[in-house]
Write a protein that binds this ligand. Sequence first.
Ligand SMILES: [Ca+2]
Length: 348
Amino acid sequence: MSFRQGQRHTAYLRAHRGGPVSIALAGRPDPAARYRVRPGGREQVVTGEQLGGSAVGPFVVQPGRVLPLTITRAEPEYTSQDLGVSIDAVMVGPTGTAVAWSQPPNPVELGATAPIPVHVTNLSSRTVTGQVGLDGQGPFTLGPAAAVMVPPGTTRTQPIELAVSRDGEPGTYRLHSDLDTDARVLGLTNDINVVLPNVAVGKPATQSSTAWGGVAGRAVDGNTGGDYFGDNSTTHTAEPSNQAWWQVDLQNEHMIDQIEIWNRTDCCSERLAEYWVLVSETPITSSSLSEARKTPGVTAIYQSNVAGRPTSIDLDKTPGRYVRIQLESHTNPLALAEVKVRSRLAGE
Ligand SMILES: [Ca+2]
């Protein structure tokens, strides 16, 4: 579950078993604000500090019933004031238990290492001490369990190191959060999506022209942020452009499995439609789309729809060193927030 900014957040909960539950958030509420947390018809007003660091509840849920959980500002300063809260996850657990839960990165690349935040939310009335860790079978190793001490009603977080092997198989694996303590414990399970590495990041990129400071390297800087002036991570060609193109040299031939195209978010996303993705083992030299598509050995894929975040194009191990994105339009500039090329690293 994840939320974005807005005036209210609503999540729908469904409990298999009835009884008292408590709610904890992982996120960053405005500590100075007061929030109204309303599961079903009941409500509780809490400070931002409590909302971010403590469990809210208990609330009684009925088995099998869907319960809307709404969070709004208790005292908005003006109509439609933003909530001022960024919520990454909501955890609902039976009151009286200690709940262990994690937030794995999604996706995670083969060869990557990353700390995974593992949370323990104490929904019981006494302090819980113990060891928290992660279990799971997959192409990765997990760091050792760590000690935690969690006062009643609070959440404590311990990072557990994840190291994904370079030569494992991509796929979806499960991670189980474990808490070793004498309290009543609920350990939650998360999926972790392991993908091939992005071999385009940091590689030399060029484009047909540059405007607004949107240099070609911005589409391979590893940042998918698509707010043009906010993130400074999106490319831009001249306005107008005739069949604008962008391309990257992977510097090695790869068996390309997938290409992800990330559109900009602040405006004009409709310009990135009716475009071609060209993959080639030899340099693509012509600025003319029809000539570029005649490059010997080129694989050309047409995309009519507006690109998403991302639009993923499956290439099923197409060999290539050069990847070009080119618009059909004779006027639109080309803007790319990020292009990821997924393949095993060359020489492996
Ligand atoms: Ca970028």
